[in-house]
Design a protein around this ligand. Structure first.
Ligand code: COA
Ligand code: AMP
Length: 627
């Protein structure tokens, strides 16, 4: 019988130290911790202080030594290249230890940073694990980000090395990565001393002598190296995520808390056992890819599917069912937008008839709100529980879910489930008062955060405090809004800041505004997230031109769209730039973004009492209609 969720949740909050110490027993420690929870640093809380372990050892070598050497660790499935490759734990150990040796011989030491800018190929995971093996701090940058975004991250992380591939493949389009990387290094102030390039046959990259090295040659020449025991509190990686300003936040993840939280979650939230096949269909550039394509499933001795393809178009809307059936996937985790894309192309689920997916036990969805339509459609089609669960890059693992490894509770459409053990989630009003059932407000987590959550932001303790801990003393502020119902189910309704969620990807509208404002004809602009049936939200720019600009509006709009694509990346899906005469503002000059959002969505709106000139709203409605 499964343990009661309520009992476990209560215990995790009442006795956090013994609770997490027990969970930590699932891992191999080179040295036990001195303190499970160290609060001596005030707001900077650390888990497992004094403990030593190696994340790569726990994710790879341990399984080779304990009877899983020949079991698949990674299953690389790439419909865009026609390759399927099964990598056993033994092979993974060989490749990771060799690449770690190559990094060492290139001069990388514990504490150095290394950026991974790669598509969804096994070498991306190998590079991450190789860093973990020797204490190099990796920072994976999503391959869809353009040079300028990469440059911003290079300057913040100051990596000694960057690992890339010659190209990525988007459905049928080959995208050379190396020119993007070269441009980013030109733009950045900091220059890495070495770039390692994996040459793919679809497009080979030219290498810059002295700086660039060929992956294959380096790995072939290297001696394998062993895992280095690290402090539990040493950083494992930095993952940049969008904040409300143009500068992304470098979320830091430590080794000990991360390993404990992920291995606990695999068993208790996802209800998977060692040997099961787990597939998180997310790019490794996002938090889901870090936690549930690479580290989590490997830490738990599962086989993890690494998929280089899309839910539709590679080649059709049956792609997910083919992968599930071919590799015996037991648990699938993706974003609701992927299911909306499948539903749009194959509403009756005709493709499912071609595949036996009886191996699939559960579908988990996250990254954006799971709308009730998609929840019902997916459940009806697959006949397995469809679990919405809520988390953020900052937490690194779910904060609310239906814990399938504990006693699950009945599903409710529209809810992300109940607080996961370790998280005491409260809904607050603007003054920090706890709201009651059904009252919508701001979602916060009582401190201390459980293991695995960010201990700070890279090189920016102050921003960590200001962004998350200052607004409501005693709480971590999530910047999401929502409510809890009478039974304690959490409903997450969306961000309350200027972060938007496009196809499960997080973007800063502030960053897009920076790019749009950089156009020479633009006087001012506002970018908001407009509702989109497929992607949940897409950005929409409202743009005011400088007085006297007489060029054709359409040409300027096209240039602005191209600028965002060039500076941030096509993945931002910035395709709408609407020229307006003025922006709606308060009398004190603040842009009324919420009203702009309502206008973009065609929703009824109340005229804000603070508005400077209500006539502007009519002008914008007209412009939207004409667009
Ligand atoms: N490298 C280069 N370009 C990329 C890229 C990458 N890694 N990833 C996406 N892009 C480009 C796409 O080619 C597309 O370009 P286009 O405007 O020229 O067509 C643009 O960025 C938008 O891409 P995408 O968001 O993938 O939209 P899409 O319309 O091609 O596909 C979905 C829509 C819903 C199928 C797709 O967004 C999807 O699979 N989403 C799931 C997201 C996910 O797993 N999120 C997990 C986070 S938990
Ligand atoms: P990211 O940091 O990219 O994972 O994005 C985190 C944000 O995605 C959260 O702050 C939410 O706004 C949104 N999000 C993630 N999962 C869910 C969910 N299950 N329901 C609602 N919103 C979600």
């Amino acid at each position: 019988m499964k343990t009661s969720y309520e009992t476990v949740h209560r215990r995790s909050l009442e006795e956090p130290e013994s609770f997490w110490a027990e969970a930590a027993e699932a891992l191999h420690w080179d040295r036990k911790w001195d303190r499970v929870l160290d609060v001596s640093g005030g707001q900077f809380v650390r888990w497992f202080r004094g403990g030593r372990l190696n994340t790569c050892y726990n994710a790879v070598d341990r399984h080779v030594e304990n009877g899983r050497a020949e079991q698949a660790a990674l299953i690389y499935d790439s419909p865009v290249t026609g390759v399927v490759r099964r990598i056993s734990y033994r092979e993974l150990q060989r490749e990771v230890s060799r690449f770690a040796g190559a990094l060492r011989s290139a001069g990388l030491e514990k504490g150095d940073r290394l950026i991974v800018y790669m598509p969804m190929i096994p070498e991306a995971a190998i590079a991450m694990l190789a860093c973990a093996r020797i204490g190099v701090v990796h920072s994976v940058v999503f391959g869809g980000f353009a040079s300028q975004e990469l440059a911003i991250r290079i300057d913040d992380a100051r990596p000694k090395a960057i690992v890339t591939a010659s190209c990525g493949i988007e459905v049928q389009q080959v995208i050379p990565y190396k020119p993007l990387l070269d441009a980013a290094i030109d733009l950045a102030e900091h220059k890495p001393s070495v770039c390692v390039v994996l040459q793919r046959p679809q497009a080979r990259a030219s290498l810059q002598p002295g700086r660039d090295r060929d992956w294959e040659e380096m790995a072939a020449a290297a001696d394998p190296v062993d895992c280095l025991p690290l402090e539990a509190t040493d950083p494992l990686y930095i993952l940049y995520t969008s904040g409300t300003t143009g500068k992304p936040k470098g979320v830091v993840r430590d080794n000990g808390g991360h390993a404990v939280a992920l291995s606990w979650s695999l068993h208790n939230i996802y209800d998977v056992q060692p040997g099961d096949v787990f597939w998180a269909a997310s790019d490794i550039g996002w938090a889901v890819g870090h936690s549930y394509t690479v580290y989590g499933p490997l830490m738990h001795g599962c086989a993890s599917v690494l998929y280089e393809g899309k839910p539709v178009g590679t080649p059709d809307a049956g792609a997910f069912w083919r992968v599930v059936s071919q590799h015996g996937v037991n648990v699938l985790f993706t974003a609701p937008t992927a299911f909306r894309a499948i539903k749009k192309e194959d509403p009756e689920g005709e493709h499912l008839k071609d595949h036996d997916i009886s191996c699939l036990r559960t579908l988990f969805l996250a990254g954006e709100r799971l709308d009730p339509d998609t929840f019902h459609w997916a459940g009806g089609l697959l006949g397995v529980p469809v679990i919405d669960h809520w988390w953020q890059t900052e937490s690194g693992w779910p904060m609310a879910a239906n814990c399938m490894g504990l006693s699950p509770h009945p599903l409710k459409a529209g809810s992300a489930g109940k607080p996961v053990p370790g998280y005491d989630i409260q809904v607050l009003d603007g003054e920090g008062r706890v709201l009651g059932p059904g009252e919508e407000g701001l979602i916060a987590v009582t401190l201390p955060l459980p293991p695995g959550c960010l201990p700070t932001l890279w090189n920016d303790d102050r921003r960590f405090l200001e962004s998350y801990l200052s607004r409501f003393p005693g709480y971590y502020f999530t910047a999401d809004g929502g409510f809890k119902d009478e039974e304690g189910y959490l409903f997450v309704m969306g961000r309350v800041d200027d972060v938007i969620n496009v196809a499960g990807h997080r973007f800063s509208t502030g960053r897009m505004e920076e790019v749009v404002s950089g156009h020479p004809d633009v006087a001012e602009c506002a970018v908001v997230g407009a509702r989109d049936e497929l992607k949940g939200q897409i950005p929409m720019g409202f743009v005011v031109l400088k007085a006297g600009v007489e060029r054709q509006g359409e040409a300027i709009e096209a240039e602005i769209i191209q600028e965002v694509r060039k500076d941030i990346g096509a993945v931002a899906s910035f395709k709408k730039a609407l020229l307006v005469k003025r922006l709606p503002k308060t009398r004190s000059g603040k842009v009324l973004r919420r009203t702009l959002r309502d206008l973009a969505d065609g929703r009824d709106y109340a005229i804000p009492s603070t508005i400077d000139d209500p006539a502007i709203l009519g002008e914008i409605e007209d412009a939207l209609q004409a667009y």
